[in-house]
Design a protein around this ligand. Sequence first.
Ligand code: PMP
Ligand code: GLN
Length: 382
Amino acid sequence: MNPIFANLPTSIFEVMSRLAVEKGAINLGQGFPEDDGPLDIREDAARAFIDGPNQYPPMRGIPALRQAVAAHYKARQNIDLDWQREVTITSGATEALAAALLAFVQPGDEVVLFEPFYDAYPPMVARAGATARYVRLEPPHWRVDAEKLPAAFNEKTRVVMINTPLNPSASVLPHEDLALLADLCRKHDVIVISDEVWEELLFDGRAHASMLHHLRERTLKIGSAGKMFSLTGWKVGFACGAPHLTEAFARAHQFLTFTTPPGLQSAVAYGLGKERAYFDGMCAEYQRGRDRLQTALEQEGFATLPAQGAYFLSVDLPRSGIALSSEAFARHAIEHGVATIPYAAFYANPGAPEIVRLCFAKRNETLDRGAEALAKAKRALG
Ligand code: PMP
Ligand code: GLN
């Protein structure tokens, strides 16, 4: 077995979801909505699967979806994309991340990763043959440090991977931070893989800041229909960037999955035609979940961190009076009936902050019971 994977544990999301089922615990761990996404989109997919076609679609994705992605980003983020030369459809953002790394890096290259990171990044970087160079973001704002960042770049740096809004911290990189990164990438001839899968899930009236606005010629922006439509199991992703990047990207994509089920692609194209009100409504609904969980936890003496987007609320353990590590607390909490994700899973180096991540994309009753179970777990520590 390849040692990179042989030495890796099973992903924390799978472990926690399995434990939650085994122990009958409330699952606030893995990030997925409790309710399925819009019925009309699911019906559209069902019809597409019955009516067909169900044979291989074009390798870069069906034209209707590539056009819909370009139109969506124009309308929502004022980004101009040539759908034929700058958009590729993938089997989830996960495939897009893998194809991008395979396309852009080779052994000996360095890839800059920020801690905390989405857990898939380090093994993908390693398997692509590159070495990760870590830069740490600090709570509560998780901003890029203008003093420290330049030291992460050298002649071997080929790619920087960013994620905004960031999973797990639900923070966003402001324009200033993106501009700083863009300057460094231009100076060092570096490509940005910009994981923007949470772009449609922003709260308190925030607008998404895309890296494409700052570094148009060197950014591959990655999106996920799973997140846009609360259909996380669908695994339909988009990779958007300048023709020379898209060209290289598509070469890797063609030998990973080649394509994505056509019925899902056409249903996502249909979904992207939704009015702004749909996206606003979705944000409002998840924001209510955030507020409900945050209020319930704070009443129980938990200290939470700001959550600006995505599905996640973070609990600071030391400030909540809990002296356990994030992993130990996650193990303890599941015995008391609630699954969480320890931040340790999002760090490669020692010294991860003692924080746990909770998913609030759940029904009120689930959130209330989850908060109660977490309070019980806290009280049991004395
Ligand atoms: N990147 C980030 C930051 C994510 O949070 C996720 C999933 N939650 C993904 C990528 C994977 O997205 P997909 O399910 O579309 O593969
Ligand atoms: N991205 C989801 C999360 O952060 C999990 C996805 C997965 O399980 N691979 O919870």
